[in-house]
Design a protein around this ligand. Structure first.
Ligand code: GDP
Ligand code: MG
Length: 360
């Protein structure tokens, strides 16, 4: 039932800011308990959480958001785990980075089940103050899964986590939306998970910045890798600009024109997440992608696009809620009846609801 839900009529200004202190200062000070509590508030759409988020937002914009998506069982959690370990204990000369892991799984209950596939590795990470692992189901979240995920990522960002790994399951619209949140999207495949490559069927290849064939220890990894490379070739058949470089140089064009825009060529990597093989290469590809985004100006463009996507999702939600607050439930039912009876079309119904839908 669209009307009469628990959120109807709720407004942020119903909450007295003075009554309960915001968790934002404690989160900025690095208190883990405050962080955990704020994440829960936000996940539950608690108005206090939204207020704290407003305080934290000016402190965001530094983290690298990396989405990891793919079919269930491909090894995403194992890989995310390994990546976190790698970034916490990088090779000599590199400094460890603070890593947050956000596992988004709408199909699992909030508290139940294993968050990460490999419990031994998870134990390696727990107790490390530079790592924070959070799993969210958020089925009931008001604004949808993607804006909820965006909010949680913003909290991690403000709390000083430099790398935020967001694991999503499957290849549906929600995953594509969440991928739009990320600066870098990794699509994980594994051999032997069906007759065809799952991601391609859902068109998820379009959003991949990095492709990983995990479970490279299993038979069929060569086939999976080959199919992915073929699909990439089909998806981006245009010759790369640098291949024309030699020819261009013979023509008299200003030097500036000769400098090719760097083009990101989606790498296809292999890994065995259970053993950590290929993880260093994946970490290097993530770093390279960030550098590419920064050098081409795409980082700024993606930032704008990411925030615009969130703005529009929230605007849709906000307008709908505001409309619901003022709309008459009886009129709504009447119009729905007329729609079901085919006396008006859906478009006419919307017009009637928006133009004549206010009760007062
Ligand atoms: N043989 C093999 N098994 C793996 C590999 N990576 C993950 N697994 C196993 O595959 C199963 C699913 O892994 P998980 O990380 O939970 O996958 P997810 O559903 O994509 O998050 C677990 O039993 C892992 O131990 C790998 O590279 N090789
Ligand atoms: Mg998983």
């Amino acid at each position: 039932m669209i009307f009469g839900g628990p959120y109807r009529g709720r407004r942020l200004n119903n909450v007295s800011q003075a009554a309960v202190p915001s968790l934002a200062p404690a989160v900025l000070a690095g208190e883990r308990l405050a962080l955990a509590r704020l994440l829960s508030q936000i996940e539950n759409d608690a108005p206090l959480g939204m207020l704290a988020l407003g305080e934290l937002f000016p402190h965001t914009g530094k983290a690298h958001l990396v989405g990891v998506t793919g079919a269930p069982g491909t090894g995403k959690s194992s890989l995310v785990n390994q990546l976190a370990l790698y970034f916490r204990r990088p090779p000599d000369g590199e400094s460890p980075r603070r890593v947050a892991i956000l596992a988004v799984d709408p199909s699992s209950p909030f508290t139940g089940g294993a968050i990460l596939g490999d419990r031994v590795r998870m134990r390696d990470l727990s107790g490390d103050p530079g790592v924070f692992i959070r799993s969210m189901a958020a089925r009931g979240s008001l604004g949808g899964l993607a804006p909820a995920t965006a909010s949680l990522a913003q909290v991690f960002d403000a709390a000083g986590f430099e790398l935020i790994l967001i694991e999503t399951v499957g290849a549906g619209q929600a995953e594509v939306d969440i991928a739009r949140l990320a600066h870098t999207t990794i699509v994980v495949e594994a051999p032997g998970l069906g007759d065809d490559i799952q991601a391609i069927k859902a068109g998820i290849l379009e959003i991949a910045d990095i492709l990983v064939v995990n479970k490279a220890d299993r038979p069929g990894a060569d086939n999976t890798e080959r199919s992915l490379r073929n699909m990439l070739q089909l998806a981006h058949p245009a010759p790369r600009q640098f291949q024309h470089h030699g020819r261009l140089e013979k023509v008299t064009v200003p030097a500036a024109v000769l400098v090719p825009e760097p083009i990101w060529e989606t790498p296809v990597l292999r890994s065995v997440a259970t053993e950590g093989a290929g993880v260093a290469e994946l970490a290097a590809a993530i770093a390279r992608h960030r550098l590419h985004l920064e050098q081409t100006g795409d980082w700024g463009r993606r930032e704008r696009f990411r925030l615009q996507a969130e703005l529009e999702a929230r605007l849709r939600q906000g307008l709908l809620e505001r409309w619901r607050e003022s709309a008459s439930p009886t009129l709504y039912d009447e119009i729905l009846d007329r729609l079901v009876a085919r006396r008006i079309s859906p478009v006419q119904a919307v017009t009637a609801l928006i133009d004549g839908g206010s009760s007062q």
